[in-house]
Write a protein that binds this ligand. Structure first.
Ligand code: FAD
Length: 470
């Protein structure tokens, strides 16, 4: 049974035509109307894809976020016209988490962070399949969607991002309505913005940081800075930002954030590392915790922002990723992968790859890194289809800008290389000198926090999102 025939057994003729037509699916599948001030690229002219020697191979990509969109695009670009790529994603429009902390001080809107996926379809001929994956059958090489559509594949790329625990005594309904984590940009981000706007001078904002690994290591500290800056300027000098970190210390850009907390936002931010047993009452907004000296503490907040512990989407016991046995990373939360190809170590030889935040690969869970993982994975899949082997020495880079106030920012970069002994990606360690063509090799933190960095942050963001979506 072919890819298309198998799809035909479960889905309508209209959608079958979309599969058969490849890039023409854009004309058949409904697309969301363009957001007023979205950042989507305007060029959707079809590209003439090369004949690479790959014929009739099918890749299903699950999840159209930073990792999935990049993988779908580059599989078509490098695999050529003979490689069919389907992208399964429930949401018509992608909302970027990157830059979403700037919604909290009112300098951006959630609408400005929306990106359409039109270019992937029209320009690169990726077939968009609206829906969510409910099950994987690695033996039969099929995925089943919630609406019972069955898709066959030669290789499967999973990029579903994360899902959030019911933690600290809160439920998903609490996060949605009263104590937003806003760690996936969207409605909760807008709610948190509204709650901040409703604060008064002298009020207290409490945020929590889960144990690593979590998505975007500098992100929580960046958020504390942006919120402190906003409260000082908009509400007065007496607001407080209490940061309760379950980690023993700041997890990224330590030099920058220590300076920000103790100098730039001194007297507003109070950073407490090594806390445990956090309990939050969503109604009264009272927060209880045990401090690093094991003393129970209670604080009355006006706004609470618990960044809930998270895990690969589908990895909860009984979830679709867990049922396939793919959650073999730390605490059953993430998928371990072979970082030469991002093939899941739980299913060797089954053609299942996991990229982005859902995977455990030795690099930080970040959008820039997800884009890099997707390219390494796409390159490996194309090589394997051509009977070759993945690149034995992959190199990836990470760049991250952190706003510290509404006009200034810091940054962090790192280069990762494959270590053939440990079979892991590791920060290149040559004492901070260079590895290739002058590229920095050790993690490098900005020497100062300034407005030039803030301007460059906008350029970096547009470039990254352009590479991912356009
Ligand atoms: C406040 C904040 C600030 C950040 N700032 C930065 C930054 O400055 N730099 C940086 O590099 N990173 C940053 N990040 C991290 C970055 O957003 C993530 O690391 C990145 O989005 C991960 O990409 P992903 O593709 O793995 O997941 P996502 O981008 O979350 O995409 C996952 C996609 O999978 C889809 N999906 C889920 N389940 C299913 C299913 N069953 N079937 C089909 N589709 C499914 C979802 O709808 C979603 O579209 C930040 C994150 C936050 C929260």
């Amino acid at each position: 049974m072919t890819f298309i025939e198998r799809a035909a057994s479960a889905i309508s003729r209209r959608r079958l035509m979309g599969w058969a037509a490849g890039g023409m699916a854009a004309g058949l599948l409904p697309l969301a109307s363009r957001a007023d001030d979205d950042e989507s690229p305007s060029s959707t002219a079809p590209l003439a894809l090369a004949a690479t020697g790959i014929v009739g191979k099918r890749v299903v990509v699950v999840g159209g976020g930073m990792a999935g969109m990049t993988a779908a695009k580059y599989l078509r670009l490098w695999g050529g016209a003979g490689l069919k790529v389907a992208l399964v994603e429930p949401d018509a429009v992608y909302t970027s988490n990157i830059m979403s902390n700037l919604v909290l001080n009112g300098s951006r809107t959630v609408a400005s962070l929306r990106f359409r996926r039109d270019a992937l379809t029209a320009r690169y001929g990726v077939v968009r399949v609206p829906g969510s994956v409910a099950a994987i059958d690695p033996g039969a090489r099929t995925v089943t969607l919630v609406d019972k559509t069955v898709l066959a594949y030669d290789r499967l790329v999973l990029a579903p991002g994360v899902t959030f625990d019911d933690a600290y005594g809160l439920t998903q309904a609490d996060y949605d309505a009263r104590t937003p984590h806003a760690w996936r940009a969207g409605r909760q981000t807008t709610l948190l913005r509204e709650q901040l706007a409703g604060m008064h001078d002298g009020d207290t904002f409490v945020m929590t940081i889960p144990k690593a690994p979590y998505r975007c290591p500098p992100g929580p500290y960046e958020r504390a800075c942006v919120v402190a800056d906003y409260l000082k300027k908009a509400k007065g000098p007496n607001c407080r930002v209490l940061v309760l970190d379950e980690n023993p210390s700041i997890q990224a850009e330590r030099h920058t954030f220590e300076r920000a907390f103790t100098q730039i936002h001194a007297g507003v931010v109070r950073y407490v590392p090594g806390v445990s047993d956090i309990r939050i009452d969503a109604t009264s907004r009272q927060v209880a915790y045990v401090d690093p000296l094991h003393v129970p503490q209670t604080v009355q907040a006006q706004v609470v922002n618990p960044i809930a512990p998270h895990r690969a989407a589908g990895s909860v016991p009984g979830g679709w990723l867990a049922r396939a046995g793919l959650n073999n990373g730390v605490d059953g939360r993430w998928a371990n992968v072979d970082v030469l190809s991002y093939e899941a170590t739980a299913l060797p030889g089954a053609g299942v790859h996991v990229i982005g935040d859902a995977s455990s690969c030795g690099m930080p869970k970040a959008g820039h890194v997800a884009n890099q993982e997707a390219k390494i994975c796409a390159d490996a899949i194309v090589r394997l289809f051509l009977n070759g082997q993945p690149d034995p020495q992959p190199v990836a880079n990470s760049a991250c800008y952190s706003p510290i106030t509404s006009t200034t920012a810091s940054w962090l970069t790192a280069v990762y290389q494959y270590d053939p002994v440990d079979r892991k990606m590791k920060v290149a360690s040559d004492g901070g000198r260079t590895i290739v063509n002058g590229a920095p090799a050790a993690p490098t933190e900005a020497a100062s926090i300034n407005s030039d960095n803030f301007k460059n942050m906008g350029t970096w963001f547009r470039t990254l999102m352009g590479d991912t979506t356009a």
